[in-house]
Design a protein around this ligand. Structure first.
Ligand code: TPP
Ligand code: MG
Length: 691
């Protein structure tokens, strides 16, 4: 500790800001990698926001009504590690228990970017308490903040009562040039402007520097004018070191109604570094020992000291955010106790939401579909399930990226309503044609603990994939609904026919991907998904009707919860050949099975809606479904064959896609690509040497 004599309040402000700067410089230097320049430039902003404005209690970083802070330019993570450390923000675990120690220690900062450090390269939700969302892929953070803002509006509308502002938190996000350039940032800003989310404030770090140099080489638009056109309230602060003006702008944002606020903050990357300020060199590499020394001199800092937190700095944060946050939380806790007395049911709901629990009888009235050879489309069964679930679970909300009528995701029951600026209680969200922002918005809703779903065509999962990946990384229960799962929209042709999408989503760790085979499997898929608390799910549904199987004759659809199950088996047992299918191909396999049976060939049909779930079953169960000694196996799936080797084995065969599809009626496509019982039978016989 370095003693600092005669500190005035202003000195303490400066001292705290320079502590953030020097910790950032030292950590990056020690790690030999990272981004020092932006933390150096934005330390006054982060300091002002945290210590003077935000209602956040470091003692309880998951207090429901806390203000949210999103660092969308996640490469500047040292800003967050510094401020979480200096505010002595406490650690909590995934069960929401306080662990009794700091979230980020000085040791963690000394081990910035090293294995197991709570100061990793980029902000990671679920790894470091106090991180509100994982960022790093530019633009994701600000887009996610829009979901958080929608959630606050929705929660306030449902739960606030006169004299009881249970949810009145605000959401702040910092964005760099990269976030402003990324398409997802524009999609999200457009949506937020449309929805008039006045609880949302983005601060744009207008340093005009990115990795390749000055933004003159690629980014010369008028960002402020663009945001004005989106309907945002736009402010400018021309000096990133002017904490008074920053605070004033944040206050104005707080008092603004009817639109979100963008504060354009002109800053100098690498501020204070005599040779690197305002250059891209300050962006992504350590300053170097000599430059750090010179910069510390410029800050009036002991030039050789490292990882220094001067006396008085922790206390200064304690006096600022610590005191304000504790008071806010105490007031809120008292308010909530009084609320619980007056509105016990609503209070109980809030507690369930916060624990990610479902209400009692959340699955009552879920449909059971009778056998029907003509059947029902996956999207149709989904519509029925969604409409039941949304009535049972008040905080289950969702929508589509302008494909509601096709995805059949619209909630049509009376009172469901449409979320708009003037109707924040609506449960139908309209994302517009903004799949990427939809994905991030769903994650923001899930981070606010609302249960969200969002839909589009399966082909456009590509437009949403980075957000799906982050949902998995963050362990969020976002639900991604996709219809038009394969070639069912035949005539639309190969631009609309997914091929590699299932394989690519199955490859995302922790993501549950489900492609149900008939209407009852759709319902069972929802039953499984709704119970997930820390995993996202992708639901892949057919556009066209699929036969509803007779569950008296075949196994119960409840088998979906195990990922794969024996749907139909050879009556005498001991199958010679196993037909494995998902989605629309399950009924093709069942057809083939019946015909093989009639010819005296013993086959088994395995419905395999989810690889991920199946792979988490015991070896014993998996072997009971796919006995290792039965090597004659055929997979049938209207998607890339990529990866199916793991189930059909070296001796098996795969019916799937190895090319793009084509524009033609579905029947013709099924014939052309071999998704017909006759082809399945032919291959089964070949495998058994009876061709
Ligand atoms: C989607 C995405 N593309 C590329 C990158 C790699 N990247 C990290 S930082 C950066 C430059 C960002 O510039 P800016 O947002 O202006 O940040 P500053 O250097 O000003 O802090 C790039 C291209 C990324 N993290 N995410
Ligand atoms: Mg920049």
């Amino acid at each position: 500790m370095t003693p600092v004599a005669e500190i005035t309040t202003t000195d303490l402000d400066e001292l705290s800001i320079n502590t953030i700067r020097t910790l950032s410089m030292d950590a990056v230097q020690q790690a030999k990698s990272g981004h020092p320049g932006t933390p150096m430039a934005l330390a006054p902003l982060v300091y002002t926001l945290w210590n003077r404005v935000m209602r956040f209690d470091p003692q309880d970083p998951i207090w429901p009504n806390r203000d949210r802070f999103v660092l969308s330019n996640g490469h500047a993570s040292m800003l967050l590690w510094s401020v979480l450390h200096l505010t002595r923000t406490q650690a909590v675990n995934a069960a929401y228990e306080k662990l009794g120690h700091a979230s980020v220690t000085l040791e963690d900062i000394r081990h910035f970017r090293q294995l197991d450090s709570k100061a990793p390269g980029h902000p990671e939700y679920h790894w470091v308490s106090g991180v509100e969302t994982t960022t790093g892929p530019l633009g994701q953070g600000i887009a996610t903040s829009v979901g958080m803002a929608i959630a606050q509006k929705w929660l306030a509308n449902r739960y606030n009562r006169p004299g009881f502002p249970i949810f009145d938190y605000r959401i702040y996000a910092i964005a760099g040039d990269g976030c402003m350039m990324e398409g997802i940032g524009s999609e999200a800003a457009s949506l937020a402007g449309h929805l008039g989310l006045d609880n949302l404030c983005w601060i744009y770090d207008n340093n005009r520097i990115t990795i390749e140099g000055h933004t003159d080489i690629a980014f010369t638009e008028d960002v402020a004018a663009r945001f004005l056109a989106y309907g945002w309230h736009v402010l400018r602060v021309s000096d990133a070191n002017d904490t008074e003006r920053i605070e004033h702008a944040l206050d104005k944002a707080g008092n603004n109604t009817g639109s979100p606020t963008l504060i354009v903050l002109d800053s100098h990357i690498g501020y204070g570094s005599p040779h690197k300020q305002d250059t891209s060199e300050a962006h992504g590499e350590p300053l170097g020992d000599e430059e750090i020394r010179l910069t510390k001199l410029a800050y009036g800092w002991p030039e050789d000291a490292k990882f220094v937190v001067p006396d008085g700095v922790y206390e200064h944060f304690e006096d600022g955010i610590g005191t304000r946050g504790a008071e806010s939380r105490r007031d809120w806790t008292q308010l909530f106790e009084a609320y619980r007395v007056q509105y016990p049911d609503l209070a109980a709901e809030i507690e369930q939401i916060e624990r990610r629990e479902l209400p009692n009888s959340w699955d009552r009235n879920l449909p059971v579909f009778p056998p029907d050879p003509k059947g029902m489309a996956g999207r149709e069964a989904s519509s029925k399930a969604l409409n039941v679930l949304a009535q049972n679970i008040p905080w289950f909300v969702g929508g589509s990226a302008d494909l509601g009528p096709s995805n059949k995701t619209l909630l049509t029951y009376e009172g469901a309503g449409h979320f708009q600026a003037n109707n924040p209680g609506g449960k139908n969200l309209h994302f517009g044609i903004r799949e990427h922002a939809m994905g991030a918005t769903l994650n923001g809703l899930a981070l606010a603990k609302i249960r969200p779903y969002g839909a589009t065509f399966f082909i456009f999962s590509d437009y949403e994939r980075p957000a799906i990946r982050l949902a998995a990384l963050m362990e969020l229960p976002s639900i991604f609904v996709f219809t038009h799962d394969a070639m069912g929209d035949g005539e639309d042709g190969p631009t609309h026919q997914p091929v590699e999408h299932l394989a690519s989503l199955r490859a995302i760790p922790g993501l549950v991907t489900l492609r149900p085979g008939d209407a009852n499997e759709v319902v069972e898929a929802y039953r499984y998904i709704m119970q997930l608390r820390h995993q996202p799910a992708v639901l892949v549904l057919s556009r066209q009707p699929l036969p509803t199987l007779d569950r008296k004759k075949y196994a119960s659809a409840a088998g979906v919860s195990r990922g794969a199950y024996v749907l139909a088996d050879s009556p005498a047992g001991h199958p010679e050949v196993i037909l494995i299918a998902s989605g629309s191909e399950v009924s093709v396999a069942v057809d083939a099975y019946e015909k093989l049976l009639a010819e005296g060939i013993r086959s088994r049909v395995v419905s395999l809606p989810s690889w991920d779930i199946f792979e988490h079953q015991t070896q014993e169960y998996r072997d009971s479904v796919l006995p290792p000694n039965v090597t004659a196996r055929v997979s049938i799936e209207q998607a890339s064959t990529f990866g199916w080797e793991r189930y059909v084995g070296a001796k098996g065969r795969m019916i799937g896609m190895t090319t793009f599809g084509a524009s033609a009626p579905l029947k013709e496509l099924q014939r052309k690509f071999g998704f017909e019982p006759a082809r399945v039978i032919e291959i089964a016989k070949e495998l058994l040497g009876r061709g």
